[in-house]
Design a protein around this ligand. Structure first.
Ligand code: APR
Length: 239
């Protein structure tokens, strides 16, 4: 580990939002809000029954609208404000808690709950309201082609060009609250390491990506991440 970094990349997963009361994906019962992920997060499920999938995400919106950022989200915002480096956040989460915490440079590679995308013209609609197969695209006026802007299994991730650049150029890669089982996000740490970054994992439990991290900080992110940020800031002061 170095005393000072010039470019820091955070990869966050559902675990960073757990202490805000939001469900993680691979909890003990393996269901996500009582649904199998395969039933609501695949492109086949969407084509088979678009309104079933729309309803699942519509019903999730009020909880995510009301959710509040926790000390883990706020710790990254503090680092962005106080640490003299470029600090980016690549998140797998579809909630907007990083934004609510006042962070910037946020890339939602799996999409966002408050967006829908038109499969006819690719226009992105920002809305916390319900979207259905009746919704008319505000851009091309076509009806029935709006899909939740959630990256389903089998679809390409968003912002991948930017992510690849960040993985090549960051000298500290910090993974927070992800199980490291869904690719390609699970392979980001290997790329970061290959390009020379120091790698740190903050998670409640050991993950399958163990080998690629230089440092493991176990525990709840709401406690461990503020402490880690404090250490990064004091390293600067002492250097
Ligand atoms: N603090 C830190 N880590 C936590 C906390 C917490 N308070 N609570 C849970 N965790 C850890 C869990 O131990 C687990 O390893 O967070 C991780 C969450 O893992 P998943 O539920 O698999 O969520 P995630 O890694 O974000 O899933 C990745 O899979 O289903 C897809 O698209 C979906 O973005 C999601 C992707």
């Amino acid at each position: 580990m170095k005393n000072q970094y010039r470019k820091i990349l955070f990869l966050t997963g559902a675990g960073i939002s757990a202490e805000s009361g939001l469900a993680t994906f691979r909890s003990e019962n393996g269901l996500w809000n009582n649904h199998r992920v395969e039933d609501v997060a695949t492109i086949d499920a969407y084509y088979k029954n678009p309104d079933y999938v729309h309803d699942f995400y519509n019903n999730m919106k009020p909880e995510l609208w009301n959710a509040k950022p926790n000390p883990a989200h706020l710790a990254i915002t503090r680092l962005q404000k106080e640490y003299p480096a470029e600090i980016n956040i690549v998140t797998q989460n579809v909630d907007t808690l990083h934004e609510k915490a006042g962070s910037k440079n946020i890339y939602h590679i799996h999409g966002q709950i408050n967006q829908a995308v038109c499969m006819n013209c690719r226009h992105v609609l920002e809305t916390w309201g319900d979207v259905s197969s009746e919704t008319i695209c505000e851009n091309c006026q076509v009806q029935g082609m709006m899909k939740p802007n959630i990256v389903f299994f089998g679809e390409n991730l968003l912002y991948m060009d930017k992510v690849e650049d960040l993985l090549r150029t960051s000298d500290l890669f910090v993974s927070v609250g992800t199980s490291g089982v869904v690719f390609p996000a699970a392979s980001f740490v290997q790329t970061a390491k290959y390009y020379g970054a120091d790698t740190v994992e903050l998670n409640l439990e050991a993950t399958s990506n163990n080998f690629y991290f230089d440092k493991h900080i176990m525990g709840k992110a709401g406690t461990t991440l503020p402490k880690f940020v404090e250490e990064l800031l004091s390293d600067i002061k002492n250097s």
